[in-house]
Write a protein that binds this ligand. Structure first.
Ligand code: MN
Ligand code: MN
Length: 318
């Protein structure tokens, strides 16, 4: 792969991570509303205007993006994976009194602060979407190594959520995001959802019933339904957030997949203009760092540097 392909990959991973923030900021407006209420207020909600039950500023993001950034920061600081570093970033974030924290996440982080616990005990009650909503940084960091993706996806998840459905959702979303980044088409991505549904038939979404709660099964059904029935980044995100429910989180996960799949040109400029500039800048920087630390990023950097014995550019910072 020539160097231009590494740059292209970096651009696509930025789009995927920015997609998380755009979906979060767009969906926060309609979080916990019913589709009928959304129609009454907005006809179709498709502008980043803030508000919602958290009364956000336009472009402000919530826990979905913030926890993803916590993971990315921990990796950046350590120059690689460090689970305790991730837990520390979550703890710092919780102590900063964020506008929105899920109950399961709060409990997991508190257990780390009090007892140093890095793996939650298994619980039937942990089938919420709080672990899968922050999969973007792990998908980027483990590009080029599926076994590593599996290990790190579950490690990050179980800081707060330890449940079969949550675990399976994290693995599937991580794999779909990676394959989309590497150029997979819809059939390949759909095959990954079928694997998930074979293992846990609850996730089937071919007769979508419209439930979009924080239950990870409904969250993924909503994301999958709109991802596979729309043909653009914007329409996919507009579809999920107008379904209401946990709209910022379905928006964030749909944004990850659609950003990875459709790429940077597909992100609506008027949405990017509204997004909190500090968030936009940090994502842009950290997405590149994560890719360069990934097994694929390292291979691409090495092959660029060893071209005919001529060092064409300095080694990537670590
Ligand atoms: Mn949120
Ligand atoms: Mn949410």
């Amino acid at each position: 792969m020539p160097e231009s392909d590494l740059n292209l990959l970096i651009e696509k991973t930025r789009a995927a991570f920015l997609g998380v923030a755009l979906g979060d900021a767009l969906g926060a407006t309609t979080e916990f509303l019913m589709p009928g209420e959304i129609r009454q207020r907005h006809k179709v909600h498709r502008r980043i205007i803030g508000g919602g039950w958290l009364n956000l500023k336009p472009g402000q993001v919530t826990d979905d993006t913030q926890m993803s950034l916590c993971i990315a920061r921990a990796v950046d600081q350590a120059g690689g994976w460090n689970l305790q570093g991730v837990a520390e970033q979550f703890a710092l974030w919780l102590k900063s009194k964020p506008v929105d924290v899920g109950a399961t996440c709060r409990r997991g982080i508190s257990d780390y602060i009090v007892k140093g616990q890095l793996v939650k005990p298994y619980s039937d009650w942990d089938a919420g979407n709080g672990a899968v909503m922050r999969m973007a940084p792990v998908a980027l960091l483990t590009l080029g190594d599926e076994t590593l993706l599996e290990r790190l996806a579950l490690e990050q998840a179980r800081l707060t959520h330890h449940n079969n459905l949550s675990d399976a959702a994290c693995l599937t979303i991580g794999r779909m995001a990676q394959q989309a980044l590497l150029g997979a088409g819809r059939p390949q991505l759909h095959a990954l959802t079928r694997e998930l549904c074979e293992q846990f038939p609850k996730f089937r979404f071919n007769h979508y019933h419209g439930g979009a709660s924080a239950y990870v099964v409904e969250t993924l059904q909503t994301v999958f339904h709109y991802f596979f029935t729309t043909a653009e980044f914007e329409e996919c995100l507009v579809g999920v957030v107008n379904q209401g429910g946990d709209a910022d989180t379905t928006g964030a996960i749909a944004g990850l997949l659609a950003g990875a799949y459709y790429g940077p040109e597909a992100l609506p400029p008027r949405w990017l203009k509204k997004l909190d500039p500090a968030v936009k800048e940090e994502i842009t920087t950290l997405a590149e760092r994560l890719v360069r630390l990934s097994p694929l990023g390292r291979r691409l950097t090495r092959s660029n540097n060893s071209c005919a014995g001529v060092v064409r550019r300095p080694a990537a910072e670590s």
